[in-house]
Design a binder for this molecule. Structure first.
Ligand SMILES: Cc1cc2nc3c(=O)[nH]c(=O)nc-3n(C[C@H](O)[C@H](O)[C@H](O)COP(=O)(O)OP(=O)(O)OC[C@H]3O[C@@H](n4cnc5c(N)ncnc54)[C@H](O)[C@@H]3O)c2cc1C
Ligand code: FES
Length: 273
């Protein structure tokens, strides 16, 4: 390939294309799910770079998929996400991707599974949880601890009710003082001890959230006999190019956009800042 061909190939993989917003579901005041036309194949845990002209670009995980579409559950925090919240159904969202590694769903089948998430960390796990709802024959015991700040920040309420019918679930609210129906009060870390030892020592794990939360959750499970090679985590880093060129996403020498965002803990344990 000539230098010019290489440059053209790079422009193509970095070129956002417009896709139509099919549906917008308000989850909370600051978090909406956008269903967007997308004809291609994606894997659980991957992300797209979403953009709007003059508003910037940001990596956002796939939170759902169906025939001809993908979904993104987005928290409004800054320039791009505010712009996306200004879109209406029928509007155009620019996308490039999908990028990144994925949850190894096949490896998680027919074994116990423990999933711990906080806030929007439930979004990149939702498609895998749906997989185990749709394929009960492929699962054993599934434990889901999904934490949120308060009653106003809970996500995927209908899905979580369904998860509670099939999985062992706890939904802790860290800033609520009183217990609300269907929820517990406290942080996700307060409920890890309730999972039986025989499950902890044999299970696979999916853990998302801020690196400090991932670190404390994994530390507790490792201390109780969890195998590091059965733990999978996802890191959210600031990204610009998403194709290994700019170095923005580097964690301890590792390009999160290329090798992640999903990592096995045997690698992730070396990456904490
Ligand atoms: C792989 C991956 C998947 C993700 N998936 C999701 C998802 O599913 N849903 C979701 O809502 N988010 C997700 N994110 C996070 C999302 O990409 C960020 O929130 C992104 O910054 C939003 O862009 P923005 O332009 O709206 O906000 P920004 O303008 O980037 O601002 C975001 C926040 O960061 C602060 N900030 C801005 N610049 C800097 C800086 N240089 N240093 C420190 N702080 C700064 C701002 O003040 C603000 O509080 C994901 C990130 C990654 C890496
Ligand atoms: S985001 Fe540019 S190298 Fe990863």
């Amino acid at each position: 390939m000539t230098d010019r061909q290489k440059a053209e190939a790079m422009i193509n993989i970095m070129k956002p294309e417009p896709h139509r917003v099919l549906k917008i579901v308000r989850q909370t005041r600051a978090e909406y799910t956008f269903r967007v036309e997308w004809p291609g194949v994606t894997r659980d845990g991957q992300f797209f770079m979403l953009s709007l002209p003059r508003e910037g670009e940001a990596p956002i995980s796939i939170s759902g998929r169906g025939p001809g579409y993908v979904e993104f559950t987005i928290r409004k925090v800054g320039r791009l996400t505010e712009g996306v919240f200004g879109l209406e159904e029928g509007g155009l969202l620019y996308m490039r991707g999908p990028y990144g590694s994925h949850w190894p769903v096949e490896k998680l089948e027919n074994e116990n599974l423990i999933v711990v998430t906080s806030g929007t960390g439930l979004a990149p796990v939702r498609t895998s949880l749906m997989h185990f709802i749709e394929h009960p024959e492929a699962r054993r015991e599934v434990y889901l601890i999904a934490g949120f700040k308060d009653r106003h920040s809970t996500l995927f309420d209908e899905d979580r009710e369904m998860f509670s019918q099939h999985f062992h679930t706890v939904y802790p609210l860290s800033r609520e003082k009183e217990k609300l129906p269907g929820y517990e009060t406290g942080r996700v870390t307060s409920f890890l001890k309730d999972i039986p030892d025989e499950v902890v020592s044999t299970a696979n794990y999916i853990i998302t959230g801020a690196p400090a939360v991932i670190a404390s959750v994994t530390e507790e499970f490792l201390g109780r006999g969890a195998a590091p090679e059965k733990i999978w985590v996802s890191f959210e880093r600031r990204m610009q190019c998403a194709v290994g060129k700019c170095g923005h996403c580097k964690m301890n020498g590792v390009y999160v956009c290329l090798e992640g965002p999903v990592f096995n803990f045997t690698q992730a344990r070396e990456m904490f800042d």
